[in-house]
Design a protein around this ligand. Structure first.
Ligand SMILES: NC(=O)c1ccc[n+]([C@@H]2O[C@H](COP(=O)([O-])OP(=O)(O)OC[C@H]3O[C@@H](n4cnc5c(N)ncnc54)[C@H](O)[C@@H]3O)[C@@H](O)[C@H]2O)c1
Ligand SMILES: [Zn+2]
Ligand SMILES: [Zn+2]
Length: 416
C-alpha cells in the first residue's frame, strides 16, 4: 500500500479542498432526493474516511469508496461522530486481536442515504443512530424481554466484514478496509445492517443525541435497567468518564442519596460534581484495597456498584464493595482478552449479585427512541457530557484527549 496517497489528518484544510475538487465533486452538496430515491443510490460513493492502518498510529484521512448497501443493509451519511473508549481500546490493540486496516467509530448520528433490498422500516432521509449491537426482531433474544443480545447482530469485535456476504463495503484502490462493530462511523458514508440503526425523532439535534448511540445510553441503562438502585440507596461508580458519569446520572434519576465516584485520575472529580456524584475516592490515596475503603464509608458496603473502567482490578473491587445480603454489582467496562475475574466464592454465597451489560440492556431499535425523548423532555441532560467539538480533519485530537484523560465526549463534525 503506497503511503504517497495517504493524507495525514494534520494536513491543512486547504490541502483537502484541493484534493476534493479533483475527485468527488458531488460531495460538496448532499445527494439529491427525488421520489424517496437519492441521486447516489446504487452507486459507489467516494468520500473521506479516517483509516487506522496500524495499531496505535494516528488515523490517516483517505479517499475511500463506499459500496451500495446490499439486502437488509442501509447506507448513511454520518453527520456527527464521537470517540468512545472502546474505539481507543481496539485501535491500541494492546490486549485485543489486531485487525487492520480498519475504520473505527461507533458513536454517531446520521441520515439515511439509500437502503438495500428488503429494508422496509427505514427510508431515505430518516434520522438515525447507529448501534454496535443490533436488533433483528426475530431471534429468541429479541423476543425475550430480558435480553438485548440479538443472536444475529450482537456485538462482534473481531468481524471486519458485512454479515450478508462476508465482504467489506469500504475499499481504497480495490483494497478492502475492515469495518468495526458493524458501524465504522469515522467515514462520511458508512453501510450498516438495518437492525443496527435506531430511527429518531427528526427534531432531535444530531450533534447532541449522537452521544446516545453508545456511551451515555450504556451508562444510563446500566444503572436504570440493570443495577436498579432504590430511592435513598448508595451507589458506587468506578470510572468517571462519560459512561461512568451517565451511570451516575442514572443513580441520580433513581433517587440514590449517596453516589460515590472512584477514579485514578483526580481531574475527573471536579467534572463529576456536575453529575450529582457526592463523594470521591482515589484508590491511589490508600494503602489498602478500595473495596475496604468503601465498606468503611458505608457501614459494610454500597447497595449497588457500576464499573465503567475496563480494568480487571476495578471490576473485582466493584463486586467486593457491595453490601452482603442485597448488593448488586454491574460490569460495563470492556476487559482485555486475557483478564480473569477472581474473587472468593464466599463473596457470592453471602448474597451479592454480579451482573454485566452491553448497551445498558437497551434494545437499540425498540428502546433508543424513548431515551432520545428523555433528552427532548429535559429529563436527561446531554450538554454536560460534551466537552469538546472538533472538525473531522482533526480526529486524531479526539484520541489525544482520551489518552490524556481530558474531557468527556468530543463531538467530531463531519462537515466542518
Ligand atoms: N458494555 C458496553 O456496552 C460498553 C459501551 C461503551 C463503553 N464501554 C466501556 O466502558 C468503559 C468506559 O468508557 P468511557 O468512554 O467512559 O472511557 P473513559 O476513558 O472516558 O473513562 C474511563 C475512566 O476510568 C478510569 N479508570 C481506569 N482504570 C481505573 C481503575 N482501576 N480504577 C478507577 N478508575 C479507573 C479512567 O481514569 C477514566 O476516567 C470502557 O472500558 C469502554 O470500553 C462498554
Ligand atoms: Zn462505545
Ligand atoms: Zn435478534
Amino acid at each position: 500500500m503506497s503511503h504517497i496517497h495517504r493524507l495525514r489528518a494534520s494536513l491543512p484544510k486547504r490541502f483537502f479542498s484541493n484534493f476534493y475538487c479533483q475527485s468527488t465533486k458531488f460531495l460538496h452538496s448532499s445527494p439529491l432526493v427525488t421520489n424517496n430515491m437519492s441521486s447516489t443510490a446504487g452507486l459507489v460513493i467516494p468520500c473521506k474516511a479516517a483509516v487506522a492502518w496500524e495499531a496505535g498510529k494516528p488515523l490517516v484521512m483517505e479517499r475511500v469508496e463506499v459500496a451500495p448497501p446490499q439486502a437488509m443493509e442501509v447506507r448513511i451519511k454520518v453527520k456527527y461522530t464521537s470517540l468512545c473508549h472502546t474505539d481507543l481500546f481496539f485501535w491500541e490493540a494492546k490486549t485485543q486481536t489486531p485487525l487492520f486496516p480498519r475504520i473505527f467509530g461507533h458513536e454517531a448520528a446520521g441520515i439515511v442515504e439509500s437502503v438495500g433490498e428488503g429494508v422496509t422500516d427505514l427510508q431515505v432521509g430518516d434520522h438515525v443512530l447507529p448501534v454496535f449491537t443490533g436488533e433483528c426482531g426475530e431471534c429468541a433474544h429479541c423476543k425475550s424481554e430480558e435480553s438485548n443480545m440479538c443472536e444475529l447482530l450482537r456485538i462482534n469485535t473481531e468481524r471486519g466484514v458485512m454479515l450478508s456476504d462476508g465482504k467489506s463495503r469500504f475499499s481504497i484502490n480495490g483494497t478492502p478496509i475492515n469495518h468495526f462493530l458493524g458501524t465504522s462511523t469515522f467515514s462520511e458514508y458508512t453501510v450498516l445492517h438495518s437492525g443496527c440503526l435506531a430511527k429518531l425523532n427528526p427534531k432531535a439535534p444530531l450533534d447532541k443525541v449522537c452521544v446516545l448511540s453508545c456511551g451515555i445510553s450504556t451508562g444510563l441503562g446500566a444503572t436504570l435497567n440493570v443495577a436498579k438502585p432504590k430511592k435513598g440507596s448508595s451507589v458506587a461508580i468506578f470510572g468517571l468518564g462519560a459512561v461512568g458519569l451517565a451511570a451516575a446520572e442514572g443513580a441520580r434519576i433513581s433517587g440514590a442519596s449517596r453516589i460515590i465516584g472512584i477514579d485514578l485520575n483526580p481531574n475527573r472529580f471536579e467534572e463529576a460534581k456536575k453529575f450529582g456524584v457526592t463523594e470521591f475516592v482515589n484508590p491511589k490515596d490508600y494503602d489498602r484495597p478500595v473495596q475496604e475503603v468503601i465498606a468503611d464509608m458505608t457501614d459494610g458496603g454500597v447497595d449497588r456498584s457500576v464499573e465503567c473502567t475496563g480494568n480487571i482490578n476495578a471490576m473485582i473491587s466493584a463486586f467486593e464493595c457491595v453490601h452482603d445480603g442485597w448488593g448488586v454489582a454491574v460490569l460495563v467496562g470492556v476487559p482485555s482478552k486475557e483478564a480473569v475475574f477472581m474473587t472468593k466464592p464466599i463473596n457470592v454465597l453471602n448474597e451479592r449479585t454480579l451482573k454485566g451489560t452491553f448497551f445498558g440492556n437497551y434494545k437499540p431499535r425498540t428502546d433508543l427512541p424513548s431515551v432520545v425523548e428523555m433528552y427532548m423532555n429535559k429529563k436527561l441532560e446531554l450538554d454536560k457530557f460534551i466537552t469538546h467539538r472538533i472538525p473531522f480533519s482533526d480526529i486524531n485530537k479526539a484520541f489525544d484527549l482520551m489518552v490524556k484523560g481530558e474531557g468527556l465526549r468530543c463531538i467530531i463534525s463531519m462537515e466542518d
